[in-house]
Design a protein around this ligand. Structure first.
Ligand code: ZN
Length: 393
């Protein structure tokens, strides 16, 4: 029996597959006990899952008197998921298995491409990933910057990519067979952290992604909260400075203009120019400062670099205070460049957040850095495909 998507989605099959997924090895009798299904039903479903190659019999378990039971286990590489993270100018793709293990990594620079040319590069990346996969594909998952209608796979607006109402899902599906899922990159990161990161037990979670842009993804009761217009957590364009700098969105003083990677490096560049003998200025040898230069100066204990990081942390803290105040979520994970600056940035963020919310709420807040690093978006995209196609985890 071929496992079509409808078949897999059937409640009992999903229940059995979930039970096998959550246990390393498990017998048919234990599956029946956990799920409340009859042994016959379980045996039928397991037989069909074995036919599909999704699970396998793996020797025998502990005998409990009588014949030792045969154990059933998931085959992690039975299907592979092609995952894309479009948040950086260097597009990033991975092939991921059913257990969230990264089997292959691929980068493809945009080299300034925007609009249709950028979209063609996305398809090229899918092509490279499809070529690298060693098992049949379960689907394609994409985390992209911008406002994304994830039910229809449309990118309504991604300013830096030049995409307006781009039907990304359908464009990718024209070239590749199998289901395609598209979601916002920060929301994908939140799903990644919640499924594979250090906050797996948290039912509520906010993940703030700080890079060229700033966004957050919100998980409530174990489910991604997209908002009415798919833009919940879009904090990058909240105004934080009344007489601030102009922003790409047309407004002034947005969080992105003070905390975004470009904004931070511009400030660092200005500081380096004012203090040509500083460690910070020496890192770039008078040239353009990169995040690596700033990181090096910070590691060497340069006070200017430290000051910049503390200031960035304070802006982040202001954003965190807003999120805590509105959602009362205790677990907040920060991903992106702040990972390089560890406790200095986190402590500054927490100190600022504490000034801005009720003390009791601040005490409950647990702020941490992402443990997944650069793979948070792709793992989230894989989790989306896994959930929609197989009902896992
Ligand atoms: Zn803005």
């Amino acid at each position: 029996m071929k496992a079509t998507r409808q078949h897999i989605k059937e409640h009992n099959t999903t229940l059995v597959l979930q039970t096998i997924y959550q246990n390393t090895d498990i017998s048919r009798a234990e599956i029946a006990r956990y799920t409340g299904l009859t042994r016959t039903t379980v045996s039928d479903i397991v037989a069909s899952l074995i036919d599909d190659g999704l699970v396998v019999e793996v020797g025998q378990g502990e005998p409990s008197g009588g014949k030792p039971p045969i154990q059933i286990s998931l085959v992690p590489d039975a299907r592979q998921i092609l995952c894309l993270d479009l948040s950086s100018d260097n597009l990033f793709g991975t092939v991921v298995n059913l257990r969230g293990q990264i089997l292959h990594r691929q980068y493809l620079p945009l080299d300034g491409r925007i609009g249709q040319a950028a979209m063609e590069q996305v398809c090229r990346l899918v092509d490279l990933l499809a070529g690298a996969a060693t098992a049949s594909s379960l689907g394609i998952g994409i985390g992209t910057p911008g406002l994304v209608d994830s039910t229809r796979g449309i990118v309504h607006q991604a300013v830096n990519r030049g995409w307006v109402d781009l039907p990304m899902r359908d464009l990718v599906a024209q070239h590749f067979s199998g289901p395609v899922y598209v979601t916002n990159d920060s929301q994908a990161a939140a799903l990644g952290e919640h499924t594979y990161g250090s906050q797996r037990q948290a039912s509520n979670l906010v993940v703030i992604k700080v890079g060229e842009g700033i966004g957050s993804g919100i998980v409530l009761d174990g489910q991604l909260f997209p908002g009415d217009g798919f833009s919940a957590g879009e904090i990058g364009h909240l105004m934080v400075e009344y007489d601030g700098l102009p922003c790409t969105c047309g407004n002034y003083g947005c969080l992105e203009t003070v905390l975004g990677k470009r904004a931070l490096l511009a400030k660092a560049q200005a500081k380096a120019r004012q203090h040509p003998n500083s460690l910070l200025a020496q890192q770039s040898g008078g040239g353009q400062l990169s995040m690596e230069h700033l990181h090096q100066a910070y590691l060497l204990g340069d006070p200017l670099a430290n000051e910049l990081i503390v200031q960035a942390g304070a802006y982040l803290g202001a954003a965190i205070a807003n999120l805590i105040g509105i959602l009362n979520v205790r677990n907040i994970v920060i991903s992106g460049y702040p990972e390089k600056f560890g406790d200095t940035l986190l402590q500054a963020a927490m100190a600022e957040a504490r000034k801005r919310v009720l003390p009791a709420m601040a005490v409950e807040t647990h702020l941490s850095l992402s443990t997944l690093g650069e793979v948070d978006v792709v793992l989230g995209a894989s989790a989306l495909v896994l959930r929609e196609e197989l009902g896992l985890p």
